[in-house]
Design a protein around this ligand. Structure first.
Ligand SMILES: [Fe+2]
Length: 218
């Protein structure tokens, strides 16, 4: 991930604001990226400005270590480092036109873990719908197996040792302007713009990490 260290800047989206139309609208993308993500970046820089020790940690390290931070820093780091990481991760996994379904090794792993892509899609959509309030649904790799998990607010599964492969932001700010309160319609539209090549890349990187950890443990 680019710009992994303090001071954080709001990197441009890897596509135009209207690139995901008609599934995710231009205005939502502009506000989501330029206002919401920018606010997390500003808050994170502000929280870190007097903490040189924490400035040396990467974005992922900040999240992984958030439970060990001083009490007064835990929530602000979890919310804002998570807010930056999660949004960059989510935005990078969108593309239009998109491939209809996963490809490569990820496709085989999805079939192996969930039975078929259709069964995975249904379980993932159900999980995304089930998030109470604001949060995310994730496809993660944990102990070499794919799982679907959900998180509240800006929490991130890397804090609990999981490797994220795919994520959907189900905060209302991600869909309210176009889909109003109908999260199910937003989730269905989101499935039309998943960047499966990026998900495959995330999967292969995560599998590589698992293999190198197992080698060290042997
Ligand atoms: Fe968001």
């Amino acid at each position: 991930m680019e710009n992994e260290y303090y001071p954080y800047i709001n990197l441009p989206l890897p596509y135009e604001y209207d690139a995901l139309e008609p599934f995710i609208d231009k205005r939502t993308m502009m506000i989501h990226h330029d206002k919401h993500l920018q606010t997390y970046i500003n808050n994170l820089n502000d929280a870190l400005k007097d903490c040189p020790m924490l400035q040396r940690l990467s974005l992922a390290q900040l999240i992984r270590k958030s439970a060990c931070l001083p009490q007064n820093m835990q929530t602000v780091i979890r919310n804002n480092a998570g807010g930056v990481y999660n949004h960059r991760f989510f935005f990078d996994l969108l593309i239009n036109p998109a491939e209809e379904r996963p490809c490569g090794k990820l496709a085989a792993a999805i079939d192996c873990n969930f039975g078929s892509y259709e069964q995975f899609k249904s379980a993932f959509e159900k999980a995304a719908l089930s998030v109470f309030g604001s949060g995310y649904a994730w496809l993660v790799l944990r102990n070499g197996r794919l799982r679907i998990v959900t998180t509240q607010n800006q929490n991130n599964p890397i804090e609990w040792g999981m490797c994220p492969i795919l994520a959907i932001d189900v905060w209302e700010h991600a869909y309210y302007l176009k889909h109003y309160n109908v999260r199910a319609d937003y989730i269905e539209d989101w499935t039309q713009v998943i960047n499966w090549s990026q998900a495959e890349c995330n999967f292969q990187t995560s599998m590589g990490c698992v293999k190198s950890i197992s080698k060290v443990m042997q």
